[in-house]
Design a protein around this ligand. Structure first.
Ligand SMILES: [Zn+2]
Length: 358
């Protein structure tokens, strides 16, 4: 019997199923909000020290800015410390101008290049907002996050940028023996920034809208990602992305899809995700109206059921407890999962009796 599955099963069913554990925590968790961007993506990360990273701003619909601000309020965030644009597509950058008028944004990050399919008016708006505060992120770069030596180390690392993968020099579109590769993808979305966020042993992979061939080289012949606890389903669950080789290599415990009512999860991706031995739960932001049971997880794991909008999926990681939780903003469930051990993780020093660690 797979000991990992046994551990997961025991933890999920005994300690967590629709229970609550958060009230007993004495340290703030790392929080990740997957927000309803209708057909785009908006992910707010808030560290235990209150530092914020927003990845993408959805399209220009006013309601998306309100949803970002609501999540900021939930997490006591009063400014965005780091705003990351994975790529220049309307459903990922459209909200940036309106957002910048509502909350201070300290710094902006992107991949530098701009594809031919990026909208000129959106690029102009982006440039007007970002001015001199824009930083180009390359493969292997880190976005520096504030640390506290009484907490586990936080690290936000860019694994790929503009189709460049850290440590890989070849042509990502070249044929690979014994593997199915797709035609070369020169779309803007395929050049997305890819990040791995770690907090102690907890790890979260988010790759924007990257596609099949790049995904292959992220994990083969060398797995440059490692095993992750939480996977943001790439490209809204479309089947030009979510290469099964990547999914099987990173072994996610929980997957969250920023899909839409008519955008993902496509049936082949859905079946590939559910077939993962590591998977405990697949969450979706929306019920997909196209695919019925072949593209939708159980309704209790869908943030916005048919006709609903605005609900988020929130992950909270407690590495000191070796657990992470998933909660939907609709009333109901908190589910808890064990964090898989990662080699080389150094725990923070224990505070001396009666005082703080020095
Ligand atoms: Zn997208």
């Amino acid at each position: 019997m797979n000991p990992r599955l046994t551990l997961l099963t025991v933890n999920v069913f005994l300690s967590c199923l629709f229970g609550t554990t958060a009230s007993a925590q004495d340290k703030l968790p790392l929080r990740i909000y997957f927000l309803d961007a209708t057909r785009g993506a908006m992910t707010l990360i808030v560290t235990p020290l209150g530092e914020s990273v927003l990845i993408d701003t959805g399209d220009s619909a006013a309601v998306h800015v309100e949803r970002i601000l609501l999540a900021c309020e939930d997490a006591n965030v009063v400014e965005i410390d780091h705003l990351v644009t994975t790529h220049f597509a309307s459903e990922h950058i459209g909200g940036i101008r309106a957002l910048s008028t509502r909350i201070p944004i300290r710094r902006f990050y992107d991949k530098g290049s701009r594809g031919a399919d990026a909208s000129a008016s959106l690029l102009s708006a982006y440039d007007n907002v970002t001015l001199s505060k824009q930083v180009v992120v390359g493969a292997g770069d880190e976005i520096a996050l504030a640390q506290d030596r009484t907490l586990y180390h936080l690290r936000l690392t860019c694994l790929a940028s503009d189709r460049q993968i850290e440590g890989f020099e070849g042509d990502i579109n070249a044929p690979v023996e014994d593997f199915t590769m797709m035609p070369g993808d020169d779309s803007e979305k395929g050049s997305s920034l890819v990040f791995l966020l770690t907090y102690g042993s907890f790890s979260f992979f988010t790759g924007g809208d990257i596609t099949w061939n790049l995904e292959h080289h992220l994990v083969h012949p060398e797995n440059r990602v490692g095993q992750v606890d939480l996977y943001a389903v790439s490209n809204h669950g479309l089947d030009v992305s979510n290469n099964p080789l990547l999914l099987q290599s990173i072994e996610p415990t929980v997957c969250v899809a920023s899909n839409g009512e008519s955008l993902g999860i496509m049936p082949s991706v859905f079946s590939d995700l559910l077939a993962l031995p590591s998977l405990e739960t697949l969450f979706q932001l929306h019920y997909n109206l196209q695919f019925g049971d072949s593209g939708n997880t159980d309704s209790i794991y869908i943030a916005n059921r048919q006709g609903e909008t605005g609900h988020w999926v929130k992950a909270s990681a407690y590495p000191e407890k070796e657990i992470f939780e998933i909660e939907l903003s609709r009333p109901g469930a908190i589910l808890t999962y064990p964090i898989m051990p990662r080699p080389g993780v150094v725990p923070p020093p224990s505070p001396p009796p009666g005082g703080r660690a020095r």
